[in-house]
Write a protein that binds this ligand. Structure first.
Ligand code: UDP
Length: 244
């Protein structure tokens, strides 16, 4: 049995089943539900750069909870059940597919470098990418046939995931545009329930989205940490303030 440091209320924490760079996952007394706890740890460049950003876990928990509620209201099936407290969410238990699905509306980061595009170049159509989630290999970009040949998914499942990714991108572009924020790109993951259906999983926060102020183009996301731009916490707070 693990700790007792959660205020999860009626859901009893059973054991820690996962600890990643930014989150911990605990089983509960309900086998279909887990508690996700957001930490203040920040990492970049595959774990090479590390720091603690005070209250980042609280901000990301609140931001991701709001975004997930908006997606659920728009009809996207997700793992989100409810925000429990400052750092914890109750979520459905699922098998996470070891793929990262990235949507890009504006060239930035690794893709801008790879394709020789200026950061900020507005793409004529959104670009959707798949990466193989594998720290040892540095999460390489792959395509559908790689994912199927590696036994990670099926063509049918990937078609469904890509449709969900397109819909999520449209919903989030509008959500953030109404707050004066440009959604440059973001990463999501999908989980599989026992009946094989797909749900959106993991967080949607300034750790996983590039968010620029639409007027000033100020970076309001993890690039402030990656690139030592300063005022990281303030940027995350600004995102939460606008979403609230
Ligand atoms: N991203 C993420 N986790 C990853 C890789 C990327 O959340 O392991 C997000 C990142 O924050 C950005 C988008 O996915 O919003 C595209 O990231 P990119 O491939 O440009 O990678 P980076 O420049 O961070 O290396």
């Amino acid at each position: 049995m693990e700790l007792n440091n959660t205020e999860a209320g009626q859901w009893q924490v059973a054991e820690k089943i996962y600890e990643g760079k930014a989150k911990q996952i605990y089983t509960t007394n309900d086998p279909d539900l887990v508690i996700i706890r957001y930490k203040d740890d920040a990492t970049a460049y595959n774990g090479i750069k590390r720091a603690q950003i005070e209250n980042k876990g609280i901000l990301n928990n609140k931001i991701s909870s709001i975004v997930y509620q908006k997606l659920e209201q728009a009809g996207v099936k997700t793992h989100f059940v409810q925000q429990l407290n400052d750092r914890e969410q109750l979520c459905r238990r699922k098998n996470v597919i070891p793929l990262e699905f990235i949507a890009r509306n504006i060239a930035a980061g690794s893709m801008a470098r790879r394709l020789g595009l200026d950061e900020g170049h507005v793409l004529s159509v959104p670009i959707y990418e798949i990466c193989y989630k594998n720290d040892r290999l540095g999460d390489p970009v792959i395509n559908e046939s790689h994912a199927v040949a590696l036994g990670l998914s099926t063509f049918l499942e990937l078609t469904e995931a890509m449709e969900m990714l397109r819909l999520i991108n449209e919903i989030l572009i509008n959500l953030f545009a109404n707050l004066g924020i440009t959604l440059v790109d973001f990463k999501v993951e999908f989980g599989r329930l026992d009946d094989g259906s797909l749900i959106l999983a993991d967080e949607l926060s300034p750790d996983t989205c590039r968010l620029w102020d639409s007027e000033t183009l100020e970076r309001l996301d993890k690039d402030r940490f990656r690139r030592d731009l300063g005022r990281v916490g303030e940027a995350y707070e600004e995102i939460l303030k606008r979403l609230s």
